[in-house]
Design a protein around this ligand. Structure first.
Ligand SMILES: Cc1cc2nc3c(=O)[nH]c(=O)nc-3n(C[C@H](O)[C@H](O)[C@H](O)COP(=O)(O)O)c2cc1C
Length: 175
């Protein structure tokens, strides 16, 4: 079973979560990058407009999603929406059917609602587990427990009908 955690992170917050999640799940981790258009103060403005405008942008991802059985994606909330690099990533038709989990970070936790609703619209289904986390928890290194909990919600999906899930040398009983 191959699992991919793909994420976009403008300033490193979501990246920390993505790496922790990949460790919990024994997954490969793929940073989605863009050409730097969202860096710095000017970039903030561009990012805000891109979030609001539902735009896309050229991106670079290292790993091909096709060999993976399950995909989990993550990114920061931008103006209540999915950031444009992640939106662009989701145009790859290989992702929708493999997507089992979505996580986001934001100034406040509650704002994940619009993010998840948009992902549902982009992939055409709602069959993915969700996790949203406030940036200050990530900055204070308080994300390990929520991420472990999120991993646990994914276990039954990853294991399908099996009664246990083996990740590395750990064996999790699911019943
Ligand atoms: C352009 C822009 C718009 C944002 N809009 C929101 C928002 O609507 N709601 C929210 O909770 N956080 C918002 N944020 C905050 C980011 O989602 C938050 O700082 C996130 O943790 C950054 O993740 P990153 O370091 O992985 O890029 C916004 C940040 C940027 C840059």
């Amino acid at each position: 079973m191959k699992i991919l955690v793909a994420y976009y992170s403008r300033t490193g917050t979501t990246q920390r979560l993505a790496k922790a999640l990949a460790r919990w799940l024994g997954a490969d981790c793929d940073p989605i990058t863009e050409d730097g258009r969202y860096a710095g103060r000017l970039g903030f403005g561009r990012a805000y407009l891109a979030g609001l405008g539902h735009g896309q942008c050229p991106i670079h991802a290292l790993l091909d999603p096709i060999p993976y059985d399950h995909i989990i994606i993550g990114g920061p909330v931008w103006a209540g929406h999915v950031p444009s690099p992640l939106r662009q990533y989701l145009t790859n038709p290989a992702i929708a059917s493999r997507l089992v989990g979505v996580f986001c970070t934001g100034w406040t936790i509650a704002d994940g609602t619009g993010f998840f609703a948009e992902v549902e619209r982009l992939v055409g289904h709602s069959q993915f587990r969700r996790c949203s986390l406030a940036q200050h928890l990530c900055d204070a290194d308080l994300y390990q427990y929520p991420i472990a909990k999120f991993s646990r919600t994914l276990f039954p999906v990853l294991a399908k009908s099996r009664k246990n899930l083996v990740i590395g040398n750990l064996n999790y009983a699911l019943e």
